[in-house]
Design a protein. Structure first.
Length: 286
């Protein structure tokens, strides 16, 4: 979630003990002092925008006695809603790959049902902003896929957001280019900046390339791996000089020292997994 600190830097975090990408986890973030929550959206086979992070969803099919999996794009909304914890209903337990690489039941200390983007918009306080990350499961999605993702998501935001603060982000530069032309909310390019991996798309392999693309495309700014930001503070200054906002994500942002270092660089936002820790140490919401 996102908190306003030091006159302009924000902290976006996800609560690990509560099932991620659920209304319950976002409500907890708000209670902890959030300005914004970050969530991931995909589109079901029948055109509904749902909140889910991974490329695939795995579940235990109790009736058939076996495990099943599917891309979100191959599921109907009714099938998506039938998975995981549902109060008063029989469950199809969710599974996930953990450290060993094997599939195990995915238990969380606090459970909640899997929501649509509309559910989130309707059930959270209007003062809580939302960073909507558009998820793509292909390195080079087709133009049809991009237009479908963007149009369906924008339609929900137009119908449900009201005066809520919203901005979009995506690792795919082409999605960002389409999104910035399809609506008026800010759009940020997510980038690993080559810090942990090199991908085929050169626009995603360095801060230099991300900054150049953001300027050329008219984006609000970039969201980079925190390790790249910390090791290249001069690139943060370069982006800011060009009028771009800079935010960061990654494991480094679970450390208060790294967060404070980035605050001094003037980052607009910091994505972290430990809201209960950071919110106690950083300035209260303003």
């Amino acid at each position: 979630y996102q908190r306003r600190v030091h006159g302009g830097t924000n902290v976006l975090t996800k609560e690990q003990n509560t099932r991620e990408n659920t209304v319950l986890s976002f409500a907890r973030a708000w209670k902890d002092g959030a300005d914004f929550v970050e969530l991931d959206v995909q589109v079901t086979k029948d055109g509904h925008v749902v909140v889910w992070h991974d490329d695939l969803i795995f579940w235990q099919c109790v009736e058939r006695g076996r495990d099943s999996s599917s891309p979100i794009s191959d599921l109907l909304l009714s099938s998506f809603r039938s998975l995981g914890p549902r109060p008063g209903c029989a469950q199809s337990p969710l599974l996930r790959h953990f450290g060993s690489g094997d599939l195990h039941q995915w238990h969380c200390y606090e459970e909640d049902e899997l929501p649509t983007l509309a559910d989130v918009m309707h059930r959270l306080p209007p003062a809580l902003g939302i960073n909507i990350e558009i998820k793509t499961t292909e390195l080079h999605p087709s133009l049809f896929t991009i237009l479908r993702l963007v149009s369906k998501t924008v339609a929900i935001v137009k119908r449900c957001a009201g005066n809520r603060r919203v901005f979009y982000s995506c690792f795919d530069p082409d999605v960002c280019a389409v999104m910035v032309r399809a609506q008026s909310h800010p759009v940020m390019l997510l980038t690993d900046a080559g810090h942990t991996e090199i991908v085929a798309d050169e626009r995603r392999n360095s801060l230099e390339a991300a900054i150049q693309y953001a300027v050329e495309t008219g984006l609000e700014g970039i969201v980079s791996d925190a390790g790249a930001v910390i090791s290249q503070p001069e690139m943060v200054a370069k982006a800011q000089k060009k009028g771009l906002s800079v935010m960061s994500y990654g494991a480094d942002n679970n450390c208060i020292r790294a967060v404070n270092e980035q605050i001094k660089l003037g980052l607009k936002g910091i994505i972290s997994d430990v809201p209960s820790v950071l919110c106690k140490k950083l300035k209260p919401r303003v």
